[in-house]
Every structure is written in C-alpha cells, then in structure tokens.
Design a binder for this molecule. Structure first.
Ligand code: DQA
Length: 149
C-alpha cells in the first residue's frame, strides 16, 4: 500500500484562526481529516507531521527515506526562503508535490518565488484544502506510473 507523508511547515498549526480571509476557517485537523477520507478511497496510507522549525522539517524529510513513498509538502513561508529544505528534498530522492492553500502567485511578490518548486514534481496552489487532495492524487498517479515502468 502506498504511504505518503503530509508535511506542513510554520504557522500552519494555526489554520482556522490565522488570516481566515486568506486561508479559510478549516483547522489543520480538519484538513488532515479531509485528506484521510480522500486517501481511504484510493487505499493510500497517510502520515501527518507539522513543525514550525526548519531543522525538524529537514529531519522529518530525511526520515521519510525508506519509510514513505512520497511527500505532499506545504512548507509555509520556508517555501520562499529555504535552500536547506530544497537540499533535503533533493537528498532523499523522494517525489514531492508542493502545495499551498492560497494562490501564492496572486499575492505579494516575495511569495512568487519557491525554492521547493525546484525539486518538486509540481506545485498545486490556490484551492484551499482541496490543494492537498489534488496533490495526493497527483503523487499517486506519479507513483503508479513509476511502478508500471
Ligand atoms: C502558504 C503560503 C505561504 O506564502 C505562507 O507563508 C504560508 C501558507 C499557503 O498554504 O498558502 O504560511 O504556504
């Protein structure tokens, strides 16, 4: 059974109360529950991890090697700053789909740049919690294609 890591970075633990006009009113637990019920339909196993700390996120990415088949990653503001997270993704050689709740390209210019994108299969943004479900589907499709080769 495919096992995916749903990885969330800084401030995403505050979903529900954090700028609801931008990020909506769903909590991180709500988003995770949505992911769980979606993944059940495709027989995908999900593991969730959130941290506000760059090093903890790097450690979790390293731990994913040999443990999970791919990563759905919302790196929060580290998306726009972290070469260290980019290097971690490149190092573990796992497929990663980058997600964002908001459409980062329609926001401030500093959010338009993503270091994560340089190593990700692709980026899904702007669909709120649905971004995660689309990312799970994209990662599953990629992994099925990979195993069929
Ligand atoms: C975010 C977008 C980032 O620019 C921001 O720093 C976040 C959340 C999103 O999901 O829309 O923390 O990743």
């Amino acid at each position: 059974m495919t096992k995916l890591l749903i990885l969330n970075g800084p401030n995403l633990n505050l979903l529900g109360t954090r700028q609801p006009e931008v990020y909506g009113r769903d909590t991180l637990a709500d988003v995770e529950a949505l992911c769980m019920s979606h993944a059940e339909q495709s027989g995908t196993n999900l593991v969730f991890y959130q941290s506000n700390h760059e090093g903890a996120l790097i450690d979790r990415i390293h731990a994913a090697r040999g443990s999970e088949d791919g990563i759905v990653f919302n790196a929060g503001a580290y998306t726009h700053t972290s070469i260290a997270l980019l290097d971690a993704i490149v190092s573990v050689e796992l497929p990663v789909v980058e997600v964002h709740l908001s459409n980062i390209h329609a926001r401030e210019a500093f959010r338009h740049k993503s270091y994560i994108s340089k190593a990700a299969l692709g980026q899904i943004c702007g669909f709120g919690p649905q971004s995660y479900l689309l990312a799970i589907d994209a990662l599953n499709a990629h992994l099925q294609g990979a195993s069929g080769q």
